[in-house]
Ligand binder design. Sequence first.
Ligand SMILES: [Zn+2]
Length: 327
Amino acid sequence: MRCVYLVNGKIVIKDVEIPKLEDGDILIKVKYALTDGTDLKTYLRGHHIIKDGPFGHEYSGIVVESRSEKFKVGDEVFGLNSAYCGNCKYCKESRENLCISLKFLFGAYAEYLKIPKEIVNKNVFIKPKEISFKVAPIIEPLSCVFNGIEKLNLKGNENILILGSGSIAIMFFLALSENHNVKIHSRSKDRLKLIKDKLLYEQIEKSFMKEYKDFDYSIVIDTTASFDLVNEILKNPRRGSKILLFSGMESEKFLTFEQSYFHYNEIDIITSFHHKPTSTKKAYEYLRRNHMILENIITTEVELSDIEKAFFLMKERKALKVAISVL
Ligand SMILES: [Zn+2]
């Protein structure tokens, strides 16, 4: 079978054996895998969790072999690419995203994907018929987005500023604009054009701000991991605001802020990483209700053999999310 590997920052398509299963595992024929910002970052500059090896982590497909009681051959499934242990101190504090033995799965850019039993048991789901194979893998980044939203502890009717205009920013926008006044700060003309060209445009175009200084926000969500932009925000945040650092920067980036300003104005810096069962549940329900609009975030589709093109388009900001189809 064909399987995409990342080797020293290069994408290599290898012909490898279909993996053998152990008790509790399933094997799926991949229908779609989606690219995301994390994969792009990994491709461009490496990642502290994702190492060289099988690449891709957002998937949907059909079960072709099962050694699990939970799924049978022919089941249409989608899911997440990690599982928490449920027993460590973090899991017991309901912080499963910080689990000390979080088990990850990579290799979604492939014809077949073996999903190990830990993930099968916790984070693989039957795909509802109305949700397409193409959009279903979005459950993974959407779960991360809902983890960020959970941590903000929103009361409703807040003014929210989102930094960035990639797929994560758009997901935050869609999920939050139902109950809040949300603006997107981006200076990328290409992204704005891309969003205009897709049906996302009517709702979102009005919300774009080239400059954010006059917006009376109470919440800032960073999806850019831009050191300069985040430092700029930290210089003079609005009194009483919360700043969510959603996207991870490279190691050894030290942000600075003035302690007394933050103290007397009660500025909160919040972080969020990955997802946990409560956020996945919310993402699942949101996906069921909004899969049509979420599908618009997938701006391009390429076949597995053309995967390099997907990353080129992402890098050039000509695609938000690319669906890698497996024929
Ligand atoms: Zn754990």
